[in-house]
Design a protein around this ligand. Structure first.
Ligand code: FAD
Length: 367
């Protein structure tokens, strides 16, 4: 059918389903609370499943041109000794690439606008109705054939539909994300062009080193939330340089107040109620331990557009949403469970060889 969709959130999930629906002939409006839609949070890993969605939208080449593919993922201890290695591409030709988040978000936003999606900025959604309508904080009601909450981990759409089962916060570790110029890297080849996870097992501190393009290096620092010298404000570069002397050139200047995160998981009773649905982090936020949050969000968002397009008419939308969940939920739950399970073994034991992901990420990536 060709209908009208109201969508909350211009993130990776919201823009994917919006663009796909608009290209299928739907009229689509996206409500974004920010004054200008953009992606926060430095860099991002995108696996094969996310790349396939970009290919489907005709955006893969453009995004890859601004991204980076390393020859290998390495794990190293604080002295630089290798404790694990995975060459790319992975078995089955599976790719994993990196980019600055904004370099993924900007093409998605442009594609949505080009497809005719109306993006209402500064529009804060406070809820949805099962009859397929969004509600905004200015008191307006936005009726549609389908209403979609792609409003992220704190989804108001999910709350208003009573879909939340559990939100679990893993408080033990604080994550700090930012970018620095890649030119600060001590070398220009070899390991300095790989993704390298550095572990100080005694101090339980970690630096994930991620080239994102020719200019930008994404760094993710992680340590115990109670490790105040490492994760307290302002961030103390000296502590991190002492912990990882080989990385001192890239750690010498740290942003005083960078983006910090905890690992969060959202579990829900279902992905829809009537003609309103949730997608992306709103439905299945997962810890970023296997880098599948955005890829899974985009995969499910594209599938949602297809399912809606197959609905015979407005009366068939609730059934189409149920069929979509039936088709996608099993793999999504398995991916989320693998991300959560990874938390238990996040820091390798001294002397342990590190298998960076296990097999589940490969299964998730090949969806
Ligand atoms: C530390 C960390 C590292 C990560 N690394 C990776 C990685 O490497 N690879 C990966 O695939 N995933 C990663 N993720 C997960 C990934 O960021 C998310 O899964 C992804 O952003 C989800 O996309 P989304 O569109 O569902 O939600 P979001 O990206 O959160 O987008 C939601 C949008 O909705 C808007 N919004 C929110 N509330 C409202 C409202 N009430 N009204 C209107 N608009 C609203 C927001 O402003 C935003 O634009 C990581 C997450 C964390 C925390």
């Amino acid at each position: 059918m060709r209908g009208h969709a109201e969508i909350a959130g211009a993130g990776f999930a919201g823009l994917t389903v919006a663009t796909a629906l608009a290209r299928l002939g739907w009229s689509v409006r996206v409500h974004e609370r920010a004054a200008e839609p953009r992606a926060d949070g430095a860099g991002i890993f995108l696996w094969e499943n996310g790349l396939r969605v970009l290919a489907e939208l005709g955006l893969e080449r453009g995004v890859l041109a601004r991204g980076f593919s390393a020859a290998a993922w390495e794990d190293r201890d604080e002295r630089g000794a290798q404790i694990g290695r995975r060459p790319f591409p992975l078995p089955g030709g599976l790719r994993m690439v990196t980019m600055i988040r904004q370099d993924l978000h900007a093409p998605l936003l442009e594609a949505a606008r080009d497809a005719g999606v109306a993006v209402e900025t500064g529009s804060r959604v406070v809820g949805a109705e099962p009859e397929g309508a969004l509600l905004t904080d200015d008191g307006r009601r936005w009726p549609a054939d389908v209403a979609i909450g792609a409003d992220g981990i704190g989804s108001r759409v999910r709350e208003s539909l009573g879909l939340l089962r559990e939100r679990e916060q893993f408080d033990a570790i604080t994550i700090i994300r930012f970018t620095v110029p890649l030119s600060r890297a001590p070398g220009a080849s070899g390991r300095w062009r790989n993704y390298v996870d550095h572990w100080h097992l005694g101090a339980r501190r970690r630096v994930l080193y991620v080239p994102c393009n020719a200019d930008d290096l994404y760094l993710m620092l992680a340590a115990g939330a109670d490790d105040t010298p490492a994760v307290g404000h302002p961030l103390d570069a000296g502590v991190w340089c002492d912990t990882f002397p080989l990385l001192a050139p890239v750690l010498a200047e740290l942003p005083a107040a960078p983006h910090t995160d905890r690992y969060d998981t959202v579990r829900v009773h279902g992905w829809s109620r009537g003609r309103s649905a949730i997608v992306g982090d709103a439905a299945h936020a997962m810890p970023p331990t296997i880098g599948q949050g955005a890829g899974t969000a985009m995969t499910n968002a594209l599938a949602l557009a297809g399912a809606l397009d197959r609905a015979p008419d407005r009366a068939g939308i609730a059934a189409a949403l149920a069929a979509w969940e039936q088709a996608e939920r099993g793999e999504t739950d398995a991916t989320q469970a693998a991300s959560v399970a990874r938390l238990a073994t996040l820091f390798p034991q001294p002397g342990e060889r590190r298998d960076s992901w296990g097999s589940q990420p490969l299964r998730a990536a090949s969806r």
